[in-house]
Design a protein around this ligand. Structure first.
Ligand code: 6R9
Length: 589
């Protein structure tokens, strides 16, 4: 049965929502009053997330509850997190890092990752967590673009992914390994993080950062070109605090679990900053998805608010039927990253006893923009309404693929399909793409930030996601730039040209498929096909590499020479080819 509307009453809330009853008078200034600011003026995310709680009655409250892959567990109170992040900030100072230097982290979800990100912020450095499933090439590219000075990683990730490329990363001065004991000899060219931490002082005065000081660097992918490093500033914490209230309904005594990895913006904004800013206990699970393990965590840790992703929900749906017992503590469930199908919302009602609330945002927005909130009725399949303080419009794309400008853009009324645009001004808005100001500028038209997503609004203002306006692929919640995959394949001597698209997949949303034109003399047989798939996996990592690969005689191109990925996709799926004129003039960013 597919429900058309899930009506909520105060009985469904359990606790009064933190949402303003009337969003109209809400302004971001109100939310600015919810964070403390630094004692001497200025603003720092780590102060809001850690030190302000460590200095007050919540000092001994558990900030992070870490669940190890093999049953280990560790609780870090706010006081302990302050001590460790202070030490890490001192470590960076002892290594000669100064404000604005970029610290990369490439590791599984271990406590050191969280300490490194927050410690780097304290030191006024920019923290950039990388997705641990990335292969060597995506890692190298991102550290190069960010000019990372320090990399915090594991022994195995270092040897497998970084060591061989180190001479191509001249800015990278120090590699700190989280799993080399303080008294052990680290591999050549690396240092033991434990040894450095043991020698560091517990005391640290947070760097005097301002709201506009760069804080976090998160990479995202466009249709073409290198990955884009979205720069977020310390003021983003205002958004994280506000959306933790509005969209996730986080009350101080909640036990919150965001299942995302910090290598994805969700795992930083809502796996680190938002819950800690609210002073709640945040669960960190080191292990990958496993239905039984996940249910056990929800039950045994008494999770009250749960933030996950549609791919995970679909995997749970497959793994279990009927009501899951013992989840009485669970009060609110939300999802992000890809379309949440109505069946998943209904499954939530049956299996968890709660609907799943869709939320929408992007790496660039830094925080949740559109959501089904605790207080709102849900129309399954819709992403909900803009949050207080968020102004959206649906804009029309002209025939050449650009927004109709005519001095102004053309906002569309209900029921019409167009591009989702946001009025700049929310605190966690990205401030630039690192080193690529022209790509940043290309995101704006007529005073609106254009998201690249196609949506429609219904007569009651609910926003419905229709698809991407570009060729970017979303697989298991992660954005993949086709160009990045094509470039990696091109490095194989047998490949003359490659075109990469996303194909629908019932679990992952989309999976990557490559079409390859072979170099002269290469034989299009199964051995080469397997070799190329293996080559892609080694270079890019399993999360990004093509799952499938086909040989073709030639690839379709636009007049300006770009690969027409949409045509490849339409052919593959037997869809109508559509208006090709729109493709021809398109200049994707
Ligand atoms: C947080 C995050 C952003 C893109 C976005 C859109 C897709 C995100 C969605 C959704 C449908 C939702 N997306 N939430 N699509 N329904 N609720 O996902 O950031 O990795 O930058 O991806 O993801 O296409 O533009 P990011």
């Amino acid at each position: 049965m597919t429900l058309t509307q899930i009506h909520k009453t105060p009985a469904d809330w359990r606790v009064p929502p933190l949402l303003p009853p009337d969003p109209a008078p809400f302004t971001w200034d109100e939310a600015r009053a919810w964070v403390d600011g630094l004692p001497g003026g200025g603003l720092n995310i780590a102060h809001e997330a850690v030190d302000r709680h460590a200095a007050g009655p919540r000092a001994e409250h558990v900030a992070l509850r870490w669940l190890g892959r093999h049953g280990e567990r560790e609780d870090l109170t706010y006081a302990e997190l302050r001590r460790r992040t202070n030490r890490f900030a001192n470590v960076l100072g002892s290594l000669g890092l100064t404000r604005g230097d970029v610290v990369f982290v490439l590791s599984g979800r271990v406590p050191e990752l969280y300490v490194a990100v927050l410690g780097a912020l304290k030191a006024g450095c920019v923290a950039s967590p990388l997705f641990s499933a990335f292969g060597p090439e995506p890692v190298r590219q991102r550290i190069e673009i960010g000019e990372g000075k320090v990399l915090v990683t594991t022994r195995s990730a270092y040897t497998r992914k970084v060591e061989g490329l180190r001479d191509r990363l001249p800015a990278l001065r120090h590699v700190l390994l989280v799993d080399v004991p303080a008294d052990a000899e680290p591999p050549a060219g690396t240092l033991s993080l434990a040894a450095l931490m043991a020698a560091a002082s517990d005391d640290y005065t947070v760097a005097a950062t301002e709201p506009e000081t760069p804080a976090l660097l998160h990479f995202t992918s466009g249709t073409t070109g290198t990955p884009k490093g979205a720069v977020h500033v310390h003021e983003a914490v205002v958004m994280h605090e506000a959306t933790a209230r509005f969209a996730l309904d986080l009350h101080p005594d909640d036990v919150f679990w965001c299942t995302a990895d910090p290598g994805w913006v969700t795992g930083t904004s809502y796996g680190i900053v938002a819950p800690l800013s609210r002073g709640v206990t945040s669960i960190v699970d080191e292990a990958d998805f496993d239905a039984d393990r996940w249910y056990a965590i929800l039950r045994d840790e008494h999770v009250t608010v749960w933030y996950t992703a549609p791919t995970a929900v679909r995997r749970l749906m497959r793994a279990s039927g009927g009501r899951i017992e013992g989840l009485d503590a669970l009060r609110f469930v939300a999802s992000v990253g890809e379309p949440l199908n109505p069946e998943a919302v209904s499954w939530g009602l049956e299996a968890l006893g709660l609907p799943i609330h869709d939320t929408w945002w992007q790496t660039e927005t830094g925080g949740i923009m559109i959501a089904n909130t605790v207080a709102s009725d849900i129309r399954p399949g819709s992403m909900g309404h803009p949050l207080p303080g968020v102004e959206i419009a649906v804009l029309r794309r002209g025939p050449a693929g650009v927004l109709v400008t005519d001095g102004e853009v053309e906002p569309l009324g209900p029921g019409v399909e167009g591009e989702l645009a946001l009025k700049p001004g929310w605190p966690s808005m990205f401030r630039t793409y690192l080193g690529q100001p022209e790509r940043y500028a290309a995101c704006f038209k007529g005073g609106w930030y254009c998201t690249g997503d196609l949506v429609t609004r219904d007569a009651d203002g609910y926003v419905w996601f229709l698809g991407r306006a570009d060729d970017v692929i979303k697989s298991s919640g992660h954005l993949i730039g086709p160009f990045e995959v094509e470039s990696a394949l091109l490095e194989h001597p047998a490949v003359a040209e490659a075109g990469v698209i996303g194909l629908p997949d019932p679990m992952a949303g989309e999976v990557v498929k490559a079409f390859v034109v072979l170099a002269h003399g290469a034989l299009p047989d199964d051995t080469l096909r397997r070799e190329l798939i293996g080559f892609g996996r080694t270079r890019l990592g399993a999360a990004v590499a093509p799952r499938d690969l086909a040989f073709v005689e030639e690839l379709p191109h636009t007049r300006s020479g770009k690969i027409m990925r949409r045509l490849l996709r339409a052919r593959e799926l037997g869809l109508p080819i559509g208006d090709l004129s729109t493709l021809e003039g398109e200049e994707p960013t």
